[in-house]
Design a protein around this ligand. Structure first.
Ligand SMILES: Cc1ncc(COP(=O)(O)O)c(C=O)c1O
Length: 440
């Protein structure tokens, strides 16, 4: 296939002309033509260290040779079969994924195409479970502020950030959606300090259930570490307390592992950092590290609430994407990338904390594994430094590093590189950030 473009400018101009203008306002002017591991190359041959992995998705690295081989093998054999028939990669993947899900007892999985679709299916399943086994509707679904669960109508409603809802007739009051205060210690919703707060935000869930819901709660849906909202790590006890409250109301816990899954946080799944067992999990991103595949995992007794025909997805059991996911899991386990993410993540944060001692603009460095946030503030009052975050992202790009800037207040640098990034690449990134912050 030949392409009509010779330069980045031509591609950017064409995209601006033909694409819906809902893509990010500050899209980076980098046309990526190749990727290997934690490196990507642009159309002009310039190399970058990728610290963001296409929204924290490329866990085993760009174009891992084993993943490429699996993709090519199945791309030459068969792409698509649908759920009316069977194929080999989706069968292998189902068995493999079930083996690694952090739930005891029998488990089952379902394949779809994206994280949002996985969350939609997870909520449908929770409600069907309540209907079938508890004689309830499972009307109320609790989520937290600053969360992000996707861009479909329901998942935007479930997302705890108004900026994604404006003008689209989606509000937090969509029947059954209840958004509660988040475990965001740096900007505590109760103006308290951990641990003196006694993890009030977790116990508050019970108040919400008692006084602000119909009492018919289907599920509590939460990212074990809030990603898009600004890499918000809840206090250690939060998820256990939340889990116990949810269980005492006979409801389900859904872990949105779309971003935290597949080694990102130093464990295979984010929830494993908190010794809590979810009933349902949604997955995507790192599952293939580069192709569109989503998945739902659930305890078998929950999954079995679905009847034949209750749910489906045309591309779900795609042979090529499932083959890629099988190899991604093999690589993760064999190369122990989650353990590497844990160790290198600690080192990365230690070095970033050294920068925090020097540069007042860094309000907090936080994270788990290679899911790291650097929240930037203008002053002691923690005024969000959002414009500065964008400027720093630009300057990092000019120095050859791709980094995320976002979070609920727009002021968090998001560092979520491929998990096989090297210590040397980490050092170079921190040194570059140090230089950029000096100039700021
Ligand atoms: C935690 C979480 N859930 C869901 C989604 C939505 O995933 P997708 O873009 O694949 O629909 C994202 C995407 O960033 C996410 O981070």
């Amino acid at each position: 296939m030949s392409y009509p473009y010779k330069s980045a400018e031509g591609i950017i101009e064409s995209q601006n002309r033909y694409m819906f203008p809902c893509t990010p306002k500050y899209r980076q002017p980098v046309v990526i033509v190749e990727g290997r591991g934690a490196l990507v190359k642009d159309i002009d041959g310039r190399e970058y260290i990728d610290l963001f992995g296409g929204y924290a998705a490329v866990n085993v690295g760009h174009c891992h040779p084993r993943v490429v081989r699996a993709i090519v093998e199945w791309a030459q054999k068969i792409h698509h079969t649908s759920y009316d028939y069977y194929n080999i990669p989706s069968a292998v993947l189902a068995e493999k994924l079930v083996q690694v899900l952090p739930m005891k007892g029998s488990k089952k999985v379902f394949f779809c195409v994206s994280g949002a679709e996985a969350n939609e299916g997870a909520v449908k399943l929770a409600r069907k479970y309540m209907f079938r086994y508890k004689r309830k509707a499972g009307l109320d679904i609790l989520t937290v502020r600053y969360s992000f669960h996707g861009r479909t109508h329901l998942t935007v409603a479930l997302t705890g950030q108004t900026k994604y809802k404006k003008g689209m007739a989606v509000t937090a009051t969509l029947p059954g959606v209840k958004i509660i205060p988040a475990p965001y210690c740096f900007r505590c919703p109760f103006r308290m300090r951990y641990p003196e707060c006694g993890v009030l935000c977790a116990y508050y869930i019970e108040d919400v259930i008692k006084y602000e819901t119909s009492g018919d709660v289907g599920a509590f849906l939460i990212e074990p570490v809030l990603g898009e909202g600004g890499i918000i790590v809840p206090p250690r006890e939060y998820l256990k307390i939340a889990h116990d409250i949810i269980k005492s109301y006979d409801s389900l816990l859904i872990a949105d592992e779309v971003q935290t899954g597949f080694g990102r946080t130093g464990k295979l799944f984010g929830i494993e950092n908190f010794d809590v067992e979810p009933d349902i999990m949604s997955m995507a991103k790192g599952i293939t590290s580069g192709l569109p595949l989503g998945a739902i995992g659930a305890k078998a007794e929950v999954a079995d609430a679905f009847d034949h025909g209750d749910h489906s997805s045309t591309w779900g059991p795609n042979a090529v994407t499932c083959a890629a996911a099988v190899e991604v899991i093999n690589v993760l386990l064999e190369e122990k990338l989650h353990e590497k993410a844990r160790d290198l993540g600690e080192y990365f944060m230690k070095r970033l904390n050294e920068l925090a001692d020097k540069h007042k603009i860094i309000g907090e460095v936080r994270g788990l594994g290679l899911m790291i946030g650097v929240e930037l503030v203008k002053d002691e009052k923690k005024t969000p430094a959002a414009a500065e975050a964008l400027k720093i992202r630009e300057k990092m790009r000019e120095r050859g590093f791709l980094i995320g800037a976002g979070g609920a207040y727009g002021c968090t640098l998001r560092i979520e590189p491929p998990l096989m990034i090297t210590k040397d690449q980490v050092d170079r990134a921190v040194d570059a950030l140090d230089e950029v912050l000096k100039e700021n």
